[in-house]
Design a protein around this ligand. Structure first.
Ligand code: FHN
Length: 425
């Protein structure tokens, strides 16, 4: 059995992934929580099952867009909270192979990801608003946000657990090597052993010994799985999964050792396809967030919500292309990088890979004087000299002041090899 740090070695190198939230909720286009938010009873929501026909679905296109953006792994929702399965499960009829398209969408997805040389991630919702034995009212927060239609709902949760464990076993057995299993999410007393998490993890590890698993089963019952885990030492799984937040100082255990973590975020404000949500984050902001995650020893997974036909919309494609252009020039400062162990400069952030340190300059100088008060024409000369040249710390002509100016003018990245403190004579 591999240990945590062996299993996550590739994950810590690749740093950047794509999340895909796709399913029946793409038809109404009001987000993946539409069934709960609008209190849609199961039998009414099943209309989308009858309508679902993703005629444009081509996961090769999706994966190529991810690869071009510099993403190294792709995680797709194979079952979200609405219970619809994008894979051919023997345990339910509520699956893509029984829709008009008759396709095993997950099979095509994993084949496309592997064909492009990326890592395969499957997201599986612990919550299931469709299954008759999942609680939908009353004593649990969030099941369906107390939908009155289920006021007299009775359920046998053990039946649901057998279904859930059985489906996860199908995914582990029938879709080849899975690199990431992304469970989502625990809440109130629905965490840890309520899911029979230890038994589930043992089964998964026996079938997929190399797979890495997020912390949202909360096997140790730590709580806070979908936000920053309050107590990293109690965190469970192989990586912590802060959502839409970047930990102030990264996430370290009680020994001060950085633990694997991945910040998940959306391009607009919703995970599932929502055409009315046009507030897309600028690509430059998302790039800075990626740099920030890596500078703090973490990963970033960026979400796309395809439409009901299976297309990425234009805003998503434009964002991915802009990120890809930056990554084409600067991926070296992301992959295999992490904490620089140097104080954060006011003009940006450092990332580090061994003794190569990358300065990410977010704030160029303004006005006639550069950041450290030297007339800008002298800065220009430094800029010209340094443009494209490996800058060695300790070069006779470079001083600490100039170094800051240099990095303040070099676009978004500069390289220099930095004698490590114990190497400097
Ligand atoms: O409720 C889900 C939500 O729809 C989405 O899947 C996110 C992604 O991390 N997880 C849950 C909210 O924390």
């Amino acid at each position: 059995m591999s240990d945590l740090f062996t299993r996550t070695e590739w994950f810590l190198k690749e740093r950047f992934g794509m999340f895909i939230h796709w399913g029946l909720y793409a038809i109404p286009g009001r987000g993946e929580w539409v069934m709960s938010d609008e209190r849609i009873p199961v039998d009414m929501y099943e209309q989308y099952f009858e309508q679902f026909n993703p005629v444009d679905y081509d996961p090769v296109k999706w994966v190529k867009a991810a690869k071009k953006a510099g993403m190294k792994y792709v995680v797709m929702t194979v079952k979200h909270h609405d219970g619809f399965c994008l894979f051919d499960s023997a345990l339910t009829d509520y699956k893509s192979t029984n829709t008009v398209c008759k396709r095993d969408l997950t099979r095509e997805f994993v084949d496309a990801v592997r064909a492009e040389g990326l890592k395969v991630g499957l997201y599986y919702s612990l919550i299931d608003w469709h299954h008759e034995d999942y609680p939908k009212y009353g004593d649990l927060i969030h099941p369906m946000r107390d939908n009155e239609a289920y006021k007299d709902n009775t359920y046998n949760f053990d039946n649901y657990l057998a279904y859930m464990h059985g489906q996860i076993k199908e995914l582990c057995r029938n879709y080849g090597k899975i690199d990431i299993l992304w469970f989502d999410y625990s809440y109130e007393h629905m965490r840890g052993e309520t899911w029979h998490a230890k038994e589930l993890m043992e089964m998964v590890r026996s079938l997929q010994p190399e797979v890495i698993i997020d912390n949202r089963l909360e096997t140790s019952g730590e709580g806070g799985g979908s936000l920053l885990t309050a107590n990293p030492t109690a965190w469970s799984g192989d990586f912590s999964s802060p959502e839409q937040i970047i930990p102030q100082e990264g996430i370290k255990n009680e020994l001060g050792v950085s633990i694997p973590w991945e910040m998940c975020t959306t391009m607009n404000n919703t995970w599932g396809y929502t055409p009315n949500d046009i507030a897309y984050k600028p690509a430059a902001l998302l790039i800075r967030k990626l740099v920030e995650c890596v500078s703090k020893g973490g990963n970033m997974i960026l979400n796309v919500g395809p439409d009901a036909k299976g297309n990425f919309n234009k805003q998503s494609m434009d964002t991915l292309e802009a990120i890809g252009e930056w990554m084409d020039k600067n991926a070296e400062s992301i992959y295999s990088c992490g904490y620089a162990d140097i104080d954060k400069p006011e003009w940006g952030r450092y990332t580090r890979n061994g003794n190569m340190i990358y300065a990410h300059v977010f704030e160029a100088p303004i006005g006639p004087l550069a950041l450290t008060g030297v007339p800008v024409d002298q800065v220009k000369s430094m800029y010209r000299l340094a443009d494209g040249v490996e800058v060695q710390r300790g070069d006779s002509w470079i001083t600490k002041a100039y170094e800051n100016i240099l990095f303040a003018c070099l676009g978004s990245i500069a390289h220099f090899t930095y004698p490590l403190p114990d190497e400097a004579d």
